[in-house]
Write a protein that binds this ligand. Structure first.
Ligand code: AMP
Ligand code: ZN
Length: 476
C-alpha cells in the first residue's frame, strides 16, 4: 500500500510519491536558538523524527536537513538582556538543543546548516531575486516585493487584498508596500553584521530556509515541515522566494504539526506557559515523553497535562511488562509441532495488529492508531501466556518482532532490545570460555590460545584464576 500524507498546500491527503525513486529529501525548520527547548518543540521534532523513521523503515533513503537560526532579532534582544555576546548565546543554546534532542532519542539530521555559516549562499540568493526583479533595496534593507509573485498566498490561503487592507508602512521602514518582507536587514549600531553588496547587515528570517534547503536538497524536494505557526508568514514567504528564484514548483508536500496547548493556549516562550524538555526529563523518561506525544496524531493539538503524562507512563509500563513476560516465557518456550486454539488466536491477533500498524502509519503517519496495535499485541500475548502451560517459541517471536519494528519506528524499547543483544553476546563469550577450558583439558593449547588471542582483539580479555576463567571488556 502506498503512503498517504496530508498536504497543507492542497488541504487534502495525497499519495506520497517522492521525486526520486527510493529517496526522500526532507527539510524541517529548526529552532531559533536563544532559550531552552520546551515541550512544544519536542512535539514537533519527535513527530518529524517518527515520520523520518517510518520512511526509512519503508526502505527509503532519507536525506534530512534542519537549520539553526543562530542570528536574528530574538537572539540579539536576549543577548542584550543578559549581557552575553549574541554569538556565544546562540552557540550555547544550539548545543543545549542538540543535547535535548539526543536525550529524547530524536535521530540527528544529516546536516544542520547554520545561518552564520551560509552568509555567502544567502547573499547570492538575494542577488538572484534582485536580478529577477522580485527584490529591491530600501533605506534599511532589501525587500521581497510580494505583489510580483502571482501565487502568493497559495499555502496559507491568505489573499493579498486582505493582507494589504488596513496595513501600512511604518515610519522608518524602507519598504514600498506593507506586505513586503525583509531579505536583508542593514545593521543598526552595535548589531552583529556581515559584509554584503547592500552594506553591512544580516539576513531576514525566511531567506535562510529557502537558501539552505535548496543548497542541500536541490531546487525541488519532497517534504518541508514545521509547526502550524510557520505556515504564515514563514512558509508562505519561503515559497514566494524559492519559486520566484527557481521558476518552478519547489516543495511537493507541506507537513505541519499541531500545537502543544496549555489551558487552551499555545505553549510558547512569549506567553511563559512552557515546560522545558530538561524539566520534563527530570520527572519522566524520554520514552514516556515520546509515547505522550505519539498518542496524538501529529496534526492534532496536544494538551499538556500531568495526567496525560502519567497516563503515558502507565501505558509504557504496561508494554514493558509484556516484554518482560515474553522474556521470561521464552526460557520455557518450545518448538511448535502442533498448534492449538490459543496459538491460532494469538497468531491472528498479531497478524491483524501488524496490518493495523502499517495501515495507520500509511494513513498520514497516524501514530495514535498505530500505537493501539501495539497494545492489541500486548493484550493478545498476555492472554496467550495465561492460557498455555508451555508457550510456543514462534508465537513469542512473532510478538517480539512486532515490538521491535514498532519500537524502531516510534523510538521506544531501545534499551530492551539492546540488552537482548548484549545478553546474546555474553552467552557467546561464555560458550567460548567453556570451549577453551575443554581444549586446555585436552592439551590442545594452540587452539585454546587462538581463542584467547582472537577474543582479545575483539576487546574481551580472559583471565585464568584459581576459581576458573573470568572475562572483562577492555579498550582495543
Ligand atoms: P521556534 O524556535 O519558536 O522557531 O520554533 C521551532 C519549531 O517548534 C517550529 O517548527 C515551531 O512551529 C515549533 N513549535 C513552537 N512552539 C510549539 C508548540 N507549542 N507546539 C508545537 N510546536 C511548536
Ligand atoms: Zn524555515
Amino acid at each position: 500500500m502506498a503512503i498517504r500524507v496530508y498536504n497543507t498546500l492542497t488541504r487534502q491527503k495525497e499519495e506520497f510519491r517522492p521525486l526520486r525513486e527510493g529517496e526522500v529529501r526532507m527539510y524541517v525548520c529548526g529552532p531559533t536558538v536563544y532559550d531552552y527547548p520546551h515541550l512544544g518543540h519536542a512535539r514537533t521534532y519527535i513527530a518529524f523524527d517518527v515520520i523520518r523513521r517510518y520512511l526509512e523503515h519503508r526502505g527509503y533513503t532519507v536525506l534530512m536537513v534542519m537549520n539553526f537560526t543562530d542570528i536574528d532579532d530574538k537572539i540579539i534582544k536576549r543577548a542584550n538582556e543578559t549581557g552575553e555576546d549574541p554569538k556565544e548565546l546562540a552557540e550555547r543554546f544550539l548545543r543545549i538543543f542538540l543535547e535535548d534532542m539526543e536525550a529524547l532519542k530524536v535521530k540527528p539530521a544529516d546536516v544542520y546548516p547554520r545561518v552564520t555559516e551560509h552568509m555567502d549562499d544567502i547573499i547570492e540568493f538575494v542577488k538572484k531575486l534582485q536580478e529577477k526583479g522580485y527584490a529591491y533595496e530600501g533605506s534599511d534593507g532589501v525587500y521581497f516585493e510580494v505583489r510580483k509573485f502571482r501565487e502568493y498566498g497559495k499555502l496559507s490561503k491568505i489573499r493579498l487584498e486582505d493582507l494589504v487592507k488596513g496595513a501600512r508602512v511604518e515610519p522608518g521602514e524602507g519598504k514600498k508596500n506593507p506586505e513586503d518582507f525583509a531579505l536583508w536587514k542593514k545593521a543598526k549600531p552595535g548589531e552583529p553584521k556581515w559584509e554584503s553588496p547592500w552594506g553591512e547587515g544580516r539576513p531576514g528570517w525566511h531567506i535562510e530556509c529557502s537558501t539552505m534547503s535548496s543548497k542541500y536538497l536541490g531546487e525541488s524536494f519532497d517534504i518541508h515541515g514545521g509547526g502550524n505557526d510557520l505556515i504564515f508568514p514563514h512558509h508562505e514567504n519561503e515559497i514566494a522566494q524559492s519559486e520566484a528564484c527557481f521558476g518552478h514548483e519547489w516543495v511537493r508536500y507541506w507537513l505541519h504539526t499541531g500545537f502543544v496547548m496549555v489551558d487552551g493556549e499555545k505553549m510558547s516562550k512569549s506567553l511563559g506557559n512552557f515546560v522545558t524538555v530538561r524539566e520534563l526529563l527530570q520527572r519522566y523518561s524520554p520514552e514516556v515523553i515520546r509515547l505522550f506525544v505519539l498518542q496524538r496524531h501529529y496534526r492534532s493539538p496536544l494538551d499538556y497535562t500531568e495526567e496525560g503524562l502519567m497516563h503515558a507512563k502507565n501505558n509504557l509500563e504496561r508494554l514493558y511488562n509484556t516484554l518482560e513476560n515474553i522474556r521470561v516465557a521464552m526460557e520455557k518456550a518450545e518448538i511448535a509441532f502442533r498448534w492449538e486454539k490459543p496459538e491460532f488466536e494469538a497468531y491472528e491477533a498479531i497478524r491483524n495488529a501488524r496490518k493495523k500498524f502499517y495501515d495507520a502509519m500509511d494513513d498520514d503517519f497516524n501514530t495514535a492508531e498505530a500505537l493501539r496495535a501495539l497494545f492489541e499485541v500486548s493484550n493478545a500475548v498476555n492472554r496467550y501466556l495465561t492460557l498455555v502451560e508451555r508457550p510456543k517459541e514462534s508465537i513469542l517471536r512473532k510478538a517480539l518482532e512486532f515490538f521491535r519494528t514498532a519500537g524502531e519506528v516510534f523510538g521506544l524499547f531501545e534499551d530492551y532490545f539492546r540488552e537482548e543483544k548484549a545478553s546474546n553476546e555474553e552467552a557467546l563469550i561464555k560458550l567460548l570460555v567453556e570451549v577453551r577450558a575443554q581444549l586446555r583439558k585436552e592439551r590442545k593449547f594452540e587452539l585454546a590460545d587462538k581463542i584467547r588471542a582472537e577474543l582479545r582483539n575483539l576487546g574481551i580479555q580472559l583471565e585464568d584464576t584459581p576459581e576458573g576463567t573470568v572475562w572483562k571488556r577492555i579498550k582495543v
